[in-house]
Design a protein around this ligand. Structure first.
Ligand SMILES: [Mg+2]
Length: 150
């Protein structure tokens, strides 16, 4: 039987931006495309903006209509790439069988790591802890026995 983890950095772009602006953590925040362009869209949002039903892909105009106090920050893809790779380096401590999906998600086959670790849940807890402590980011990690249900 295989043990597979699915990891997903939470509100990834918004979480990386908010590391630089801790004073905005209790405000609705979105990361958005170029404000000068009429077709700027929401690329990511924090939990507070989500409560106002702000969605990825909304135009900034739509998002502001739903959430008048919304703070829109510009994206910094080089920083997201940095944190994406840093998260992957944490995953590699547990297995070299990693299948990234986008910048913020990955599948990890930890079947052969279970001689060192008690079970998938213990590895998931370690990954959550390391991402929090080393990257300052929260990650959701699901455990299952095949890729479809992680
Ligand atoms: Mg995510």
């Amino acid at each position: 039987m295989r043990t597979i983890l699915h990891s997903d950095l939470n509100n990834f772009f918004a979480s990386v931006e908010l590391k630089k602006f801790p004073e905005l953590r209790d405000k609705p925040v979105a990361v958005g495309g170029d404000e000068q362009q009429r077709h700027g869209i929401v690329l990511a949002k924090n939990e507070i903006a989500k409560k106002f039903n702000v969605k990825t892909g909304d135009t900034l105009w739509q998002a502001r209509a739903k959430c008048p106090g919304l703070i829109v920050l510009p994206p910094h893809y080089d920083e997201y790439m940095h944190y994406s790779q840093a998260a992957r380096e944490i995953y590699y401590r547990f297995t070299d069988r990693i299948e990234p999906f986008g910048m913020d998600e990955a599948w990890l086959d930890v079947t052969h790591s279970l001689r060192l670790w008690q079970d998938g849940e213990e590895i998931a807890n370690e990954i959550r802890r390391l991402c929090r402590e080393e990257l300052g980011l929260t990650v959701s990690v699901g455990v299952s026995f095949n890729k479809v249900f992680a």
